[in-house]
Write a protein that binds this ligand. Sequence first.
Ligand SMILES: *[C@@H]1O[C@H](CO)[C@@H](O)[C@H](O)[C@H]1NC(C)=O
Ligand SMILES: *[C@@H]1O[C@H](CO)[C@@H](O)[C@H](O)[C@H]1NC(C)=O
Ligand SMILES: *[C@@H]1O[C@H](CO)[C@@H](O)[C@H](O)[C@H]1NC(C)=O
Ligand SMILES: *[C@@H]1O[C@H](CO)[C@@H](O)[C@H](O)[C@H]1NC(C)=O
Ligand SMILES: *[C@@H]1O[C@H](CO)[C@@H](O)[C@H](O)[C@H]1NC(C)=O
Length: 418
Amino acid sequence: MYSLTILAALLAAVPTFAQAPLWGQCGGQGWTGPTTCVSGACCQYSNAYYSQCVQGTCGGSNPQTTTTRTTTGGSTQPTSGSNGQCGSGSPHATVTGSSGNYRASRGSTTLYTGSNYLSAITAALNGISSGERVSVMASGSIGANTISISSGKTFEVCGTIDVGNRSGRGAIESTGTNGVSIPFLTMTGNPYFGLLFYGTSNLSLGQITMNLSGGMGIRFHRDEAANSNVKIGTVRVTGAGSHAIETWNINGLTIDQVIARDVGECALLLQKVTNARVGLVDGNNVAAGTGYATLRFANENGKLNGGYGTNIYIDKVVSRGGGRGVFCVSASGGAEIKTVDLASNGNNAILIENCYNVAIRGGTVNGGGEVRLAARTEFANNKDISITLRVDGTTVRESPCGTNISWNLSGNGARNIC
Ligand SMILES: *[C@@H]1O[C@H](CO)[C@@H](O)[C@H](O)[C@H]1NC(C)=O
Ligand SMILES: *[C@@H]1O[C@H](CO)[C@@H](O)[C@H](O)[C@H]1NC(C)=O
Ligand SMILES: *[C@@H]1O[C@H](CO)[C@@H](O)[C@H](O)[C@H]1NC(C)=O
Ligand SMILES: *[C@@H]1O[C@H](CO)[C@@H](O)[C@H](O)[C@H]1NC(C)=O
Ligand SMILES: *[C@@H]1O[C@H](CO)[C@@H](O)[C@H](O)[C@H]1NC(C)=O
């Protein structure tokens, strides 16, 4: 009550100067607070009862500031769905409000009001059809539950969604769908899987930020239907206990950037993925004390039509500290990494083990664990590996000798190669 009194006094004292914060209310029936927004935001009408400050400019047109791909080989199509800013334009349904008081609406129709954030989100998603969009302009917690997104729907979270641990399940899932889009999402909490997918086609993820206290960020499931044509923009993950992104069974994957900080296992783990193009994979303190890596290929990743023709293209891998930098294992390959920047990795800077047709075209390794070509007995030895690299402060070792291995090394690192 004390703070409300102060607030009321402040509002009464300077009503014409106050501006609503980003995501704050700025209008609606009975609203007596500020009706303008802080710089960089504008007041967008949601319904008769609620207008809210959103980022950028309001209006029905599609802003031209959409994220475009930076991947050299990728297309230039936007990854962020239909709009450049979260909540911009005219979402078909919205969730607004704050803790204890959420509202889902479609135009002037109220779909839900009440204290349950998950119910508000579910009502909004149920209130749109394929080809339409829900914008969640509110923050809250869904607990250990799952939000499911069906075909053709665009779901964006402009606030922060806090999630719990539902064993074996995703906090947000889309399975057996076509054309689902999540242009914006910020998530906190300790999910089993933050996002879980399988059997998807034409899935598009845009700017995804996950500040987790455990669990896995994004998973494309293993023993389930495969996925095709998956586009991912920039994914930032901190604090996951497991991988930031683990993929199985995708044909046709593009990713702009994966940025992982203090993540327990991989930044990006590709398995049984074909025809992939990835811009940047950047890990800092990723996979510390484990055999995982900032970038790992495993389980026949890149095996296409029974062979290993190049079909996995990675622009750049940056890795600092943590476990391994780059790790290719278990009959994976068909991969080209344009450049690496690896330093102080606590395990191998690079480990290539039973892989076929892998090229690292340039870059540097500075200290950390050795650069190693190795082999286990259960798969054929390394073949057709080409490495151009400057290595300082750590060793390069090929043992056992592979077939058709081509080294182009510079730097002071000791060499024990065939
Ligand atoms: C994916 O999108 C393309 C292009 O719009 C379309 O031709 C294709 O049928 C879609 N895939 C599925 C499985 O619907
Ligand atoms: C997520 O973490 C980043 C980096 O630590 C921080 O800048 C950002 O504010 C965090 N966002 C949320 C919603 O926790
Ligand atoms: C989630 O719960 C399971 C048990 O159901 C547990 O094994 C797992 O470690 C938990 N994960 C997180 C991130 O809390
Ligand atoms: C050796 O490997 C390279 C790829 O690194 C490949 O282009 C070349 O054809 C291979 N040579 C033979 C003789 O297999
Ligand atoms: C070895 O790599 C350097 C760049 O570090 C490049 O200029 C040179 O052409 C390469 N040599 C061969 C034989 O590929």
